[in-house]
Design a protein around this ligand. Structure first.
Ligand SMILES: [Zn+2]
Length: 310
């Protein structure tokens, strides 16, 4: 968020002379459990049939998120659920963009996921969240929704193996214009996006939703969602939804207005997430849902406050 693509690209150009190559096994200060989890990532080689694309496989794979699971409710039910918002992740040793609030250390992310796991949290899918919000189902008292914005490759390289290790589910809000067919090697010094091949490979952990097709830009500090003509926003949203086959949305930069709300409602978006801090309460307005942004400045005590404040 906050136009970090441009900022990071600029920093990359400045720093590219002194690139540090990433070697996980030589990172001495990293927690050994975390190191083992990251190194366990085996990228799958997927063979496509004739005339089939990775995007076709994605549409088929995403269907598994259209089922609501059974939950144990013996410890009580949730009246409020925190939705956590993450962006880009890098190991502390390879983060040459210190000061960028959208980049969280992998080590911190791991610590937070370990807290959720040890505290007995259930990570719910967006369909389960939607059914809970509308009062159709109950969810366990300790429920949480984990979300990532923008669709960065780092969320495959780092978040995916960590979430899988804890048997967690999470959601990614994709800028679908950035998703191409073929994957490329991870380079921590460049801001890279997930490809459809990467996305297919991670469907056992992640579901994928909408973060506009190509409106993740700022114009005079206003997101394109609120600065572009209504027809333009409408068409982009339809394109976004057709590529994800999903009816959930996150506002780039948290920017929206009444006209945007009307558009999302008219195209059938069921839930939309803001960047307004706070838990979601049962019955909240589905197109203006709170999320807790997790930044490098978020202390562990603040994180504990966010997840316990329910
Ligand atoms: Zn974003």
């Amino acid at each position: 968020m906050y136009n970090k693509k441009k900022a990071s690209t600029t920093i990359f150009i400045i720093l590219c002379i002194g690139l540090v190559s990433c070697n996980f096994s030589s990172t001495s200060s990293i927690n050994q459990d975390l190191l083992a989890i990251i190194n366990s990532l085996q990228k799958e080689y997927i063979v496509l049939n004739d005339n089939e694309t990775f995007h076709d496989l994605f549409i088929r794979g995403q269907a598994k998120y259209k089922v609501v699971r059974d939950f144990e409710l013996i410890n009580g039910v949730a009246d409020e659920i925190p939705v956590l918002m993450y962006h880009h992740l890098l190991l502390s040793s390879e983060n040459n963009f210190k000061g960028n609030s959208a980049i969280l250390d992998v080590e911190t992310f791991f610590e937070q996921m370990e807290i959720l796991f040890k505290s007995g949290y259930t990570t719910v899918t967006l369909l389960e969240f939607e059914k809970w919000l509308s009062g159709e189902i109950e969810l366990p008292k300790k429920s949480v929704s984990i979300t990532f914005d923008d669709g960065y490759l780092s969320n495959y390289i780092y978040a995916y193996p960590i979430l899988k290790n804890f048997n967690f589910k999470a959601s990614q809000f994709l800028i679908t214009n950035t998703a191409k067919e073929e994957s490329e090697p991870f380079d921590p010094n460049v801001l890279q996006y997930l490809t459809w091949e990467d996305i297919v490979s991670t469907l056992d952990v992640f579901e994928y939703s909408n973060h506009t097709h190509d409106l993740h830009h700022l114009e005079n500090n206003k997101g394109f969602m609120i600065s572009k003509p209504i027809d333009y926003v409408y068409e982009d949203t339809l394109e976004n939804m057709s590529l994800t086959n999903c009816k959930y949305f996150a506002y780039p930069y948290g920017h929206y207005n009444d006209e945007v709300l009307d558009i999302l409602e008219s195209v059938g978006i069921k839930m939309a997430f803001t960047v307004k801090s706070g838990p979601v309460k049962k019955g909240d307005s589905p197109l203006e849902l709170n999320r807790y942004g997790i930044f490098p400045s978020t202390s562990i005590s603040k994180f504990n406050y966010m997840i316990n404040n329910q």
